[in-house]
Design a protein. Sequence first.
Length: 356
Amino acid sequence: MAKKYNFGAGPSILPPQVINATAEACKDFQGIGLSLMEISHRSKDFQAVMDQAQALFKEILNIPEGYSVLFLGGGASLQFCMVPYNLLEKKAAYLNTGVWAKKALKEAKLFGEVVEVASSAEQNYTYIPKDYTVPADADYFHITTNNTIYGTEIRKDLDSPVPLVADMSSDIFSRPIDVSKYALIYGGAQKNLSMAGVTFVIVRDDILGKVTRPIPTMLDYRTHIDKGSMFNTPPVVPIYCALQTLLWIKEKGGVGEMEKLAQKRAAILYEEIDRNKLFKGTAAAEDRSLMNICFVMNDEYKELESEFLQFAGAKGMVGIKGHRSVGGFRASCYNAMPVEGVEALVACMKEFEAQH
Ligand SMILES: *Cc1c(COP(=O)(O)O)cnc(C)c1O
């Protein structure tokens, strides 16, 4: 059987050593004769996991003083609600760059006035709008740094006149970020950090406590900050898995190294997409994501789409079918994707081209 490469968009590829260490801990946690799944989250054994995960998160992303790191439930989707619940008093600004951005925007409307500063919906989200003005009186400005479905990405830290909030579900830890430019960063862990079940939040403590509405206890960031992300039982296995990924990132040289690898993988694959007569990319060249690489068959080869999916699938390329709103193919190249995986996909594309 061909070696399999997992190009799935999420839940997605994890380094083998992360999977092994997590599986091992589920059987016998650090040799104590109990499973990670059955020990108390209040035990000193698990407290050490939580402490180390938060400390490494801060170390690897170089998070300044004054920020807290939380591991919560509910996915990035619950953050679409928690962000405005905690931060939106009157007005918020949103950049509409895709389905996830739109979902976040829709939720914010439940809490106050929402200004959509710009949108690329009219061109099926194939680019990132750049000419827009963020109202100076907005409580915050929300962006989605990587548009997982459409394969576009904001790969620099924007300057914002108001507190900047970012959904980084699918590109966190793929490059160094200047956290001081953000008031809050969140994301589901299942794209580039861990298995499904945990959501990370990096929040600058001083932006909280400014809204006048009462906030339910579990939805108030301050509850979780006060209790060190242990107000209630946290998702212990996904947090342990995240810790293993953080250890792996550090061992590999940190986010600078992750970025180099991401650039290398993306360069190899986009070059082939642009060269190969059968395929074409869907995202505007300057906004192409390094994480989710979207491409379709060129018009004259449209009918070969399902044949290529089958062909590549038989050669071990898993999860490359594009999202239904873009069609074609999407190769998600998160941190754990080895360069050989992308080279194997490129070899498939070349071989398929030779047959047609
Ligand atoms: C996957 C994804 C989400 C949704 O995450 P859940 O954890 O499933 O709620 C939100 N935003 C982006 C950018 C995503 O890629």
